[in-house]
Design a protein around this ligand. Structure first.
Ligand code: BGC
Length: 763
């Protein structure tokens, strides 16, 4: 009823709002040209200062908590604020019925009846889980990744949710940081394309459709560069890294029309990013023209006090609002301080109008004003969530995410009959760990385990022995994971099973909540007693297929040296076991390629393929004075882009259409790829360049294009690429994109360790 009154007001009022043209506090103008903008501006005129601040206030639901609970955040207070119209959004409320209940309060009990936008961490699926995002990135399959996000959106939207806090587009170069599992890896080019695919998948072509949700590019910016990979730590990076490595995926997400951004817990060069006007006003809303809104990270406005950037909540609210943080997630800072700051003339009301205008705009775009209960249909919820179609989609994504790291003497695929197989490892029968971190809406114990997947192949004898546990306590995502570092019970049984088998499949790696937020590690080896288990089994039967379950690159040098076959199976979500079994038995030929470099040991981290050459890149005189470590090879264990297949590919005939180009010319590159093995296979053909001399030094390689091809045995294909000027330039230290003339190299191959190269010059 109230809703209709609001609609009438909105339509009948004319626009008087003049935008944000204040000289005093720097703002950025929202675009003011659509019907929605007119409605937004009409509504803004009806709102009190408190109601405006209310729209900028986001509360967590009453059960799940993904961060420390704020002081005084009781449910009673939240209900009261909700009724007063002092809450614009809630997060982590879920379920059609539950969301309807809170939405009803906002719509029917507040003065203006403005609907809530309901946010949730839909990170790799909702109830039916896809592989963790890092694993999906290993597919390099943009269509599949987009599809996976659309499945997640379909399930979440059926459960009352209309906004996801994803995709996380932070570049991850440091495997110690637990949140690398949430991103697309180390490369800004691949990361940008995946960011766009995910935004498209979540948002679809029509944000107002009932099965699409608003996406959120996070964490803006540079969270992935936390010093020493330690969670929530200082970030101190230069302009070149910021503009060339950190920002591109965010810019790509903005270009794909992402409707929201989330800022972050970290500081950047001394300024907490939540209070960074440079990032939020100048770059995001200014230069990039982003017209959606920015939500803080969980209480990150508040945390500027601990950082020593604001002396109290009042100052934190002032800094964040002026800097362009439009919504306060569970920090209680805006709701307590912002109205008074405006009344005292410290924060201009136009700042509120800008922020609230952005928030309302997205609510209008979602269609929440037309029907605030559109995502609260319990019948749809039952039909959509966990559907057969969704299970098939996540299985497809899971298979595409698997990377074959090593396959000596073609130990894989396994024969389908007549073999005695020992399956060893606690993770092999674990039905929760494969779900990975960030799975708030899914149920524990719902993954198909590797054991269950392999049991479907009945031609061999399969003897499962659990062996020692990985973790002593199976805890929820809120708590520390206690690793088993001493208890080797089950070891003898595992050894005996291995002795009497033809092949041993060992599933080892990380416990499900060992990566994710708050899970930084200083040790990247197989956790707990698993290395001991691996070595003990190897002594009695070296015919081992090691299947890794993990959320970050691991340092597995010993395994690489001794174990003939290694499969990177990450945490593949609901269909894990089926995907792994299909790959092990050869019903699916793996084609994944690593999105992050694997180090030889933790001391090499951060290690990434697009490093700088340094002044002393090689050992010229057999002395120590060159850029390296004296105790380990300079190269990584497995380079970025690496991944094998059950067939083999040969690259030949790299050609360029000329050797000299002007800046506006397209550089056309072609290469021939031949399937030289015995089975059909997919290959990700990768093109890298090197700009040999730059006013800002350039990396030794930069990925600039790739294409996935499928080839029958014996068949060749010519793959064509076009490099335009966007591919050949870089951001200088003023943050300006420049293209400099000079000599370039182009490299082609099936990993960043490329096999062919050619030269060209840009005049
Ligand atoms: C995380 C965000 C997440 C938010 C809400 C924070 O702790 O950093 O990525 O979206 O919680 O759950």
């Amino acid at each position: 009823m109230k809703q209709c009154v609001i609609q009438m007001f909105i339509l009948s009022l004319s626009i008087i709002f003049t935008g944000c043209d204040s000289n005093k506090q720097k703002q950025t103008t929202r675009h003011m040209n659509t019907e929605i903008d007119k409605k937004v501006d009409s509504l803004l005129k009806l709102m009190t200062i408190e109601e405006k601040v209310g729209q900028m206030n986001q509360y967590n639901g009453f059960w799940d908590v993904t961060g420390p609970a704020p002081e005084g955040g009781s449910a009673e207070k939240k209900y009261e604020h909700l009724r007063n119209g002092w809450v614009g959004s809630m997060l982590t409320v879920r379920g059609a019925k539950e969301v309807r209940a809170v939405q009803k309060i906002a719509v029917e009990e507040t003065r203006l009846g403005i609907p809530l936008i309901i946010g949730f961490d839909v990170i790799h699926g909702y109830k039916t889980l896809s592989p963790i995002p890092l694993a999906e990135a290993a597919s390099w399959d943009l269509k599949a990744i987009e599809k996976s996000a659309s499945v997640a959106a379909a399930e979440a939207s059926a459960s009352g949710i209309n906004w996801t806090f994803g995709p996380m587009v932070d570049i991850g170069r440091d495997a110690r940081w637990g949140r690398v599992m949430e991103g697309a890896g180390e490369d800004p080019f691949l990361g940008s394309l995946i960011a766009q695919a995910r935004v498209k998948g979540f948002q679809g072509d029509d944000l107002s459709a009932v099965n699409t949700i608003a996406a959120c590019a996070k964490h803006f910016a540079a969270y992935g560069f936390a010093e020493a990979g330690k969670e929530y730590n200082t970030v101190d990076i230069g302009t070149s890294t910021l503009h060339n490595i950190v920002l591109p995926p965010f810019k790509a997400a903005a270009e794909a029309g992402v409707r929201t951004f989330m800022n972050s817990f970290n500081e950047l060069n001394g300024v907490p990013v939540t209070g960074s006007s440079y990032l939020q006003r100048d770059i995001l809303k200014g230069e990039w023209g982003f017209n959606g809104f920015v939500v803080s990270d969980w209480a990150s406005i508040n945390e500027m006090i601990s950082w020593g950037h604001a002396k109290d909540k009042r100052e934190a609210a002032k800094i964040a609002a002026i800097a362009g943080s439009d919504m306060d997630m569970e920090g209680n800072v805006y709701v307590e301080e912002l109205a008074q700051l405006v009344k005292d003339g410290v924060v201009e009301e136009a700042i509120l109008d800008d922020a609230v205008g952005r928030i309302l705009k997205v609510k209008f775009e979602l269609g929440l004003f037309d029907d605030p209960y559109k995502y609260c249909d319990e019948t749809r919820e039952k039909e959509v969530i966990g559907s057969k179609k969704h299970r098939e989609a996540v299985l497809d994504m899971a298979k595409k995410s698997i990377v074959l790291l090593k396959n000596k003497n073609n130990l894989l695929p396994l024969k389908k009959e007549g073999q005695k197989i020992a399956l060893i490892g606690a993770l092999a029968s674990d039905k929760s760990s494969p779900l990975g971190s960030w799975r708030i809406a899914s149920d524990d114990e719902t993954a198909v385990s590797v054991l269950e997947g392999m049991q479907k192949y009945t031609g061999n004898s399969l003897n499962y022995v659990k062996g020692p546990d990985v973790a002593l306590e199976t805890t929820t995502f809120l708590h520390e994971v206690k690793l088993n570092t001493t208890d080797t019970s089950g070891l003898e049984e595992a050894i005996n099973a291995a002795k009497s088998s033809d092949v041993v499949v060992m599933v080892l790696g990380e416990y499900g909540f060992q990566t994710g937020e708050g899970r930084s590690r200083t040790n990247l080896q197989l956790p707990g007693v698993q290395q001991e288990l691996l070595e003990a089994v190897y002594k009695v039967n070296p015919n081992i297929v090691l299947v890794l379950n993990n959320g970050r690159p691991l340092a597995i040098s010993w395994a690489d040296e001794h174990i003939p076959a290694i499969v990177e199976a990450w945490q593949l979500g609901t269909e894990t076991g089926n995907a792994v079994a299909e790959v092990l038995y050869g019903d699916y030929n793996p084609s994944g390629k690593l999105p992050m470099t694997f180090p030889r040991n933790v001391g090499q981290v951060p290690i990434y393929y697009n490093y700088k050459n340094t002044g002393r890149p090689v050992d010229k005189d057999d002395n120590v004075f060159w850029s390296h470590y004296v105790d380990v090879d300079k190269t990584p264990l497995y380079p970025f882009g690496h991944g094998l297949s059950y067939t083999s590919f040969e690259y030949s005939d790299l050609k360029l259409n000329a050797s000299t180009f002007s800046v506006n010319d397209d550089v056309q590159v072609s290469v021939t790829v031949t399937n030289t093995g015995k089975v059909e296979g997919k290959e990700v053909v990768q093109l890298y360049i090197r700009d040999l001399v730059g006013s800002i030094t350039r990396p030794v390689k930069e990925l600039k294009a790739f294409e996935m091809i499928t080839l029958q045995p014996g068949v060749s294909k010519t793959v064509n690429f076009v490099l335009n000027k966007e591919a050949l330039g870089f951001y200088n230290n003023e943050g300006k994109y420049v293209i400099e003339s000079g000599d370039f190299k182009v490299f082609l191959g099936g990993s960043s360790d490329t096999v062919l190269e050619a030269d060209f010059t840009l005049e």
